[in-house]
Design a binder for this molecule. Structure first.
Ligand code: 13P
Length: 254
């Protein structure tokens, strides 16, 4: 199976309703008929319903930035997988480094969120990535390997087929520093080999692995030219119509 590249915009905690509408409308207009790449917009919860309406009848899919793993009940302020499905979400980001860092999400919590997402029919984007000091200590593969093994613990091959992995080195997020395409490629290959070890070659070959961390119009092409980079999870550059469209649009190969 060919891996269809997937570009997702993670808007994080940005955009009021009007700005969100403008951004999504511009993207929908600019990407009419886009077939080469799967495109996902992940606005804040407050704009999901409206952006879902704007994306209806377009190739662009809706994603959420987080979910809670329980199905329902007394969990003030939380949102369940089925509530996201109700809003038209197809994807959900799980285990973003900002969730790990600021909200104390552990690999165990992330594992529960993955299961909840998959059983509700959502495609999770599982984020992994090392911090700067971990890379400096030469531990990046150990860290990412651990996050992956623990995040996927007990998840069957059938369930794992729905998962997209996003490699986001924490030191590259919002810093303007991007991993060298060759370094990112090395980590993506490592992740694919680990998936082969945990599951099998077919699943490893079919799983899409996105790169995230200061992806911009001027570095996307060299990243996408690497054989194991299957797309991007874009923060800052997904907040403007032109830069996001430029990132999505397929260029002539380098
Ligand atoms: P930036 O593209 O702003 O570095 O953010 C990356 C990211 O965290 C996407 O989830």
């Amino acid at each position: 199976m060919m891996r269809k590249p997937i570009i997702a915009g993670n808007w994080k905690m940005n955009k009021g309703m009007k700005e969100a509408e403008e951004l999504a409308s511009g993207i929908v207009e600019g990407l009419q008929g886009e077939e080469e790449r799967e495109v996902v917009l992940c606005p804040p919860f407050t704009a999901l319903q409206r952006i879902g309406e704007i994306c209806l009848d377009s190739p662009i899919l809706l994603g959420a930035q987080n979910l809670f793993y329980e199905a329902k009940g007394a969990y003030t302020g939380e949102i369940s997988a089925s509530q996201l499905v109700d809003l038209g979400c197809r994807y959900v980001i799980v285990g973003h480094s900002e969730r790990r860092q600021y909200f104390g999400e552990t690999d165990q919590v992330i594992n529960k969120k993955l299961r909840a997402a998959i059983s509700a029919g959502l495609f999770p984007i599982l984020c992994v990535g090392e911090k700067e000091e971990e890379r400096e200590a030469g531990k990046e593969k150990e860290i990412v390997g651990h996050q992956l093994r623990e995040g996927l613990r007990g998840i069957s091959e059938e369930e794992a087929k729905d998962i997209v992995i996003a490699y986001e080195p924490v030191w590259a997020i919002g810093t303007g520093k991007t991993a060298l395409p060759s370094d990112a490629q090395g980590m993506h290959l490592f992740i694919r080999e680990l998936l082969r070890e945990i599951y099998n070659s077919r699943l490893a070959q079919d799983t899409r692995i996105q790169y995230g961390g200061s992806v911009k119009p001027d570095n996307i092409d060299e990243l996408m030219a690497e054989p194991d980079i299957d797309g991007a999870l874009v923060g800052g550059a997904s907040l403007e119509v032109d830069s996001f469209i430029r990132i999505v649009k397929l260029r002539t190969p380098l």
